[in-house]
Write a protein that binds this ligand. Structure first.
Ligand SMILES: Cc1ncc(COP(=O)(O)O)c(C=O)c1O
Length: 426
């Protein structure tokens, strides 16, 4: 399709000039050469296909250990045990695309999702493509700690932390405030994560409008790459929108390029499966998508080889079943019961020393320590540990409670201990 790297880059930037602002050195040089996987793909279906080093019966079926086969209960065992195509198994890509399209209210075309090894890997690939040493990346504070590792430690970005909360509420102007000191025209990358980790915060429709208007003002001054980390998409317990904000960012500003990162880790509660996806706001048949897919193939092959076939095949079967949607609702309902109970119980905490951040979604609730407890998160965490309560301390003054891993009947006694420990050490 692309005769050379130059030809590929030309096609990409002609169709999608905004990306020239963000592309990293690695992203610019990434080019999947027509070597073994490409040649093997071309030979697929030929009578004598002696291309790729998988062990087969010569007709495409795997030869493997019967005891290994016995452990696997999917209908297409060959697809599960042979290599996945680099961009993912087509059946799964198509199915996830189809499911995601139900949220595509604008109808603006998006690419078919590229499969990755979990969401961390998806974020890492996006960072490899679009973040270089010195690139400006804005992250909420507090946010998932691995963002810093990916964007700053691994890719060398200049990370600006924005204040995620104002009081209990999400700070809707966080990104705009954070880039005030950045010269006009400098490209900005931001990570947007709703429902959030560690707060379990999801924006209401009204808040979304305000938030998006603020992002647009940033895009008036800077090319803006918005990485939507939708790890907890759909885990919503109030009337706020369940679908990712990504869908509302499509086509809203010429200077704003959203990317959707999602996957099955939480969505299907398939933590060990390691299935993630990257979706671009581009027509699936465009040359720009082909160019980005080519670059991703290069990055995938030179890092993890190919994504995990067996997990994709399991997920594809689940998503083709009649029952998964009802089962998913049941899972969300189970979390909602815990969430309700936890929010109720947290009402007993002394709000002058512990502020509960707005929590209406996800897997976590976040407590901010105030007054005399300010800065003592790690100290309190250790005290709580001694009383059999394990929480996560975040950024000196926050404690994160994962209600996703606490049974509902354990919530009341747990909060009682948290309350006692906080009161005692005021
Ligand atoms: C906000 C957020 N993004 C991404 C991830 C990573 O997901 P995965 O386990 O699929 O790599 C997590 C996992 O905890 C997360 O909380």
């Amino acid at each position: 399709m692309f005769s050379s790297l130059e030809n590929l880059n030309r096609s990409l930037f002609e169709e999608c000039p905004i990306l020239a602002n963000f592309i990293s050195r690695l992203g610019r040089s990434a080019f999947f050469p027509p070597d073994i996987p490409e040649q093997a793909a071309e030979a697929k279906g030929k009578t004598f296909n002696a291309t790729i080093g998988q062990i087969t019966n010569g007709k495409g079926a795997i030869l493997t250990l019967p005891s290994l086969k016995k452990c696997i209960n999917v209908s297409n065992i060959d697809t599960a045990l042979l290599y996945s195509p680099l961009l993912g198994i087509e059946r799964l890509r198509n199915r996830w695309y189809e499911i995601s399209q139900t949220n595509n209210v604008s109808g603006i075309a998006v690419s078919r999702p590229v499969v990755t090894v979990g969401l961390t890997h998806a974020l890492f690939l996006v960072a490899e493509l679009f973040v270089d040493a010195g690139s400006v990346v804005v992250l909420p504070k507090p946010s998932w700690g691995n963002y810093f590792h990916i964007f700053q430690k691994n890719r060398g970005a200049d990370v600006i932390f924005g204040q995620a909360y104002k009081g209990k509420e999400w700070n809707l102007y966080m990104y705009e405030e954070s880039v005030k000191g950045v010269a006009k025209g400098v490209p900005i990358r931001v990570v947007v994560n709703f429902p959030s980790n560690p707060g379990g915060t999801n924006l209401s429709l009204e808040e979304r409008r305000e938030f998006i208007a603020s992002l647009k003002r940033v895009a008036d001054k800077h090319p803006l790459l918005v990485i939507c980390d939708d790890a907890y998409e759909g885990f919503v317990y109030d009337s706020s929108p369940e679908a990712s904000i990504f869908w509302q960012l499509l086509g809203i500003h010429d200077n704003l390029f959203p990317i959707k990162v999602d996957g099955f880790t939480k969505f299907l509660s398939f933590f060990g499966g390691r299935v993630g996806f990257i979706t671009f706001p581009l027509d699936p048949s465009s040359l720009a998508v082909k160019a980005l897919e080519n670059k991703l193939k290069f990055l995938l092959r030179s890092s993890v080889g190919s994504p995990v076939a067996i997990a994709q095949e399991i997920a594809a079967e689940v998503l083709d079943s009649d029952s998964w949607e009802v089962e998913k609702l049941k899972l969300i309902q189970e979390l909602k019961v815990r969430w309700e109970k936890l929010q109720r119980e947290l009402g007993c905490l002394d709000s002058s020393i512990v502020e509960v951040k707005k929590c209406n979604s996800g897997c976590f609730t976040l407590l901010e320590l105030k007054g005399t407890l300010k800065g003592k998160a790690e100290y309190l965490r250790k005290l709580l540990l001694a009383k059999e309560v394990g929480l996560i301390s975040v950024d000196d003054s926050f404690l994160r409670i994962a209600f996703s891993s606490i049974e509902v009947e354990d919530i009341e006694p747990m909060v009682k201990i948290i309350s006692e420990v906080c009161d005692r050490y005021v």
